[in-house]
Design a protein around this ligand. Sequence first.
Ligand code: SF4
Length: 273
Amino acid sequence: MKITIAENVGFCFGVKKALEQVEKLNKPAYVLGKLIHNPQVIGGLEKEGIKSIENTDSVEEGSTIIIPAHGVPDNTINNLAKQGFKIVDCTCSLVKKVHEITKEEEKQGYTIIILGDKEHSEVKGINGNLKNSVIISGVDGVNKLDKEKRYCLVSQTTQDEGKFNEVAEELKKSVKELKVYNTICVPTKHRQSGSVELAKESELMLVVGGKMSANTKRLTKRCSEFVKTYHIESEKELEAGWFKDKNKIGITAGASTPDYIIKKVVEKIENEF
Ligand code: SF4
């Protein structure tokens, strides 16, 4: 059985930087939400005294509050500062760039269209800075727009690029004025294309990463278009039956999946199946 790992798997630079930043902090410290979307990493951080919180109600004044890699609205940071918390901002620079673009284009009179998942923290963070915006999850959302307005399209950084291009094309045909910023981050683009190429030549694909991770779920969807694909968080979920009569196994992983988990998956397949 041949096991191939896709190019560009494992932590993206935004996740690496966030982890480096929190490592240096005095503990305990508190993350507003999840630093990254991987339960094994979050569990490890909790043990070290980096706790995930939903709000600061029970956090002592003066404590350190960490802003996660996918950001929050500006007013959340301003309010925390006013309440006397020390803030460590781990927002990825590429997410910050989307904040800057959207705020500026809104000032110029554009209605911002965010292609993304309205429940995802990154989308909430971008949208939370805006008064004149709409979130759509795909090309269907275009039909509901007032075609006479001036629009600016951006994307959640981990969206599927094919879907983004499809939405941009549909908008170009139907709205009066449109500006397009493809804000899907470069690590996501590379990961998606590397995974799809591997899926095309594999008999089975495994996507390793958090079940809540948007980019991991999207990789699973893309790879499933070409070959039977399973999304797993760890080697514990592997089943012998998946590998029956399969000789070419492809493995990819999300931006927040640590290398050691990928390694354990490979070892278990090699040793047990
Ligand atoms: S997935 Fe992209 S935007 Fe998100 S943290 Fe990584 S590099 Fe930054």
